[in-house]
Design a protein around this ligand. Sequence first.
Ligand code: NAP
Length: 227
Amino acid sequence: MNIGIIGAGHIGGALTRRLSALGHNVFVANSRGPESLAGLAQETGATPVSVQEAARKGDIVIVTIPEKNIPKLPRDLFDGVSDDVIVIDTGNYYPQQRDGRIDGIEEGTTESRWVSQQLGRPVVKTFNNIYADHLLRKGQPAGTPGRIALPVAGDDSEAKATVIKLLDGLGFDGVDAGTIDESWRQQPGTPVYAADFDADGVRQALSQATQERKPEWRAAKADTTRV
Ligand SMILES: NC(=O)c1ccc[n+]([C@@H]2O[C@H](COP(=O)([O-])OP(=O)(O)OC[C@H]3O[C@@H](n4cnc5c(N)ncnc54)[C@H](OP(=O)(O)O)[C@@H]3O)[C@@H](O)[C@H]2O)c1
């Protein structure tokens, strides 16, 4: 497949490495421009591109940048991009450590619904609950006992099925985690977050999640930063 990746940090870098090694055509972008990605390109064979090109080159486009920077992406990023193109959101909201306050999320919108609103596109939420290093190193063949499973939330069943196939190629089971409005079940602080469960464990953890946002995952009261 052709895969655009916006963000070349921990997760974007791991996905560039793994997806390129699997034979996908990877087009990767960051905020500093393609020249700054020469090393990653040389290592992996991926093509460094602008953010706009990454959104236009992929059958799948993975957005993997800090939540607070989502609104800084070009407003017209997906203008003219076919509706068939699947956009994956790997993001997590870290108000106290990184992102400052995002009002929509604090008011109860799921993190990925908020991202989808900013991008003006439906998204599929996955890769958000696994450490980048585990994504890079812990994939295993299908059928391996204890194979790590990742929740996949989204409003389009076909798009989720395509993403679950992509995960399988990377060495992970995919578990349908419901719609984007239900994707609070896999956000930071939930039982499935960073837990590396297998498919049964992921299903159980998703069912045990509670919707209330815990204080450690809320913006500090004094935080006046606004995104
Ligand atoms: N780290 C993990 O283990 C992990 C696990 C699961 C999910 N996540 C989530 O996935 C997202 C990415 O995390 P990360 O740890 O990979 O981040 P990271 O290591 O800090 O890398 C961020 C990447 O995003 C790029 N970027 C930032 N702003 C941008 C913009 N406006 N336009 C284009 N590119 C931009 C940066 O490019 P420059 O360097 O050029 O600025 C960098 O390549 C976050 O929401 C995070 O919470 C992380």
